[in-house]
Design a protein around this ligand. Structure first.
Ligand SMILES: Nc1ncnc2c1ncn2[C@@H]1O[C@H](COP(=O)(O)OP(=O)(O)O)[C@@H](O)[C@H]1O
Ligand SMILES: [Mg+2]
Length: 375
């Protein structure tokens, strides 16, 4: 709920507040922060401004600075391995699909952004912003997306390193390669994403460990301790239990991302396709219980593709995928049909047509489901 309040605060923020923010961040010389405020303005212009004039002018002002200042970092030399392959991906203007997380997790991420934008004030008070963040959680819950979101909100480039591939392909020299990437990321303001972090940060007592992995862990321990507050280090892992506890402790903050709940699944669908009716959204989200954010997005995208090819409505394809076909039999099917009759107000006959079964089959299923929910 706090999340929601914050959201609407941003939408209701007036031009006056934005101006004050701009001056405050501008005088501190934090170009990335100015860009971030401009980006926020572009996303939701305050009411009462001349949109047609302001939008293009803001865009032009933003791009005129793109070749100067801290972005020079992102377009310059990148660290390479011994065969001159680039070791990192650099995204100078990260833009991802919308990130939807439960309120508390979103609040933590927002706080990290706010700290960055108020770095000067924190410095005056003698504290630094969060410098390192460890994201954990099952696959597809938005860890990589969250790193992108952070970079985009702060207005700095995203530098990504997939540790699993570094370790597997160049084990002999991975310690050196990782050091090169860390040095590079420390040289300019950026979000450095160390993805698949557990690939190197294994417990040092792990039997499979070999000398090189130990060296890498030691490099990371040192670098995490002396990480500067100009860049934000984000590490992501599906297996936090594999991490060396000594490494885990070095991070300023930990955030565990969970599978999306019903509310979040509905929001993900809503943010990606505003045309879905509330009923369809709620029915589909209910049926997608246990799905990751990634699975929710993929389901919608599959439905969209089919809708285009067949010239059908997305809603029909989505229901076809999730409600009519996905559940072959058993309690899940009973529940799907019963929900469909309740939420969409369809008769047993209409459901039977869609699911390609006889209507007594549907009626029986709905009756069973009613008995179940009563008993
Ligand atoms: N919490 C989320 N909110 C919105 N979209 C999500 C979320 N989690 C996953 N997705 C979708 O799934 C894709 C893959 O997610 P990703 O960030 O790579 O997951 P992870 O890194 O945790 O495995 C994202 O690009 C996005 O489209
Ligand atoms: Mg990922």
């Amino acid at each position: 709920m706090a999340d929601r309040a914050k959201n609407s605060y941003q939408h209701e923020q007036g031009l006056e507040d934005a101006l004050v923010d701009l001056v405050r961040v501008g005088v501190s010389g934090y170009g990335a922060g100015v860009r971030q405020i401009a980006g926020r303005l572009l996303r939701s212009l305050p009411p009462g401004v001349d949109e047609e004039r302001l939008r293009p002018a803001l865009r032009a002002a933003l791009s005129s600075s793109a070749t100067r200042g801290d972005l020079r970092f992102a377009s310059g030399e990148r660290p390479q391995d011994s065969e001159a392959h680039p070791l990192v991906d650099v995204d100078p203007h990260p833009e991802g699909s919308p990130l939807v997380l439960e309120g508390e997790a979103m609040a933590v991420l927002r706080e990290v952004v706010e700290e960055r934008l108020n770095r000067d004030r924190l410095e005056l008070a003698g504290v630094s912003p969060t410098r390192s963040l460890l994201l954990s959680g099952p696959p597809g819950v938005g860890k990589t997306l969250a790193a992108k979101w952070l970079a985009s909100e702060i207005g700095i480039p995203l530098v990504s390193l997939d540790l699993a591939s570094v370790v597997s392909s160049y084990l002999g020299s991975s310690g050196r390669n990782i050091k090169a990437v860390l040095d590079y990321a420390q040289s300019g303001p950026c979000v450095l994403l160390l993805d698949e972090f557990d690939a190197v940060a294994k417990r040092r007592d792990d039997d499979t460990d070999i000398g090189e992995l130990k060296r890498i862990v030691n490099v990371l321990l040192v670098e995490l301790d002396r990480w500067p507050d100009t860049s934000l280090l984000v590490a992501a892992t599906n297996h936090p239990q594999l991490l060396d506890p000594a490494i885990g402790r070095r991070f300023d903050r930990h955030l565990e991302l969970k599978l999306p709940g019903l509310e979040e699944r509905m929001q993900i669908l809503d943010r990606l396709d505003e045309s879905l009716s509330g009923d369809v959204r709620s029915l589909v989200s209910t049926m997608l219980e246990g799905a990751s954010g990634s699975e929710v997005v993929k389901t919608l995208e599959t439905a969209k593709r089919r809708a285009v090819l067949k010239g059908d409505r997305i809603e029909n394809e989505l229901l076809g995928e999730v409600v009519w076909k996905a559940t072959q039999s058993g309690e899940a099917r009973d529940r799907a049909w019963s929900l469909a009759s309740k939420v969409l107000g369809l008769s047993a006959r209409q459901i039977a047509l869609k699911a390609d079964v006889s209507h007594p089959t549907v009626s029986a299923a709905i009756r069973r489901e009613e008995e179940r929910s009563r008993g």
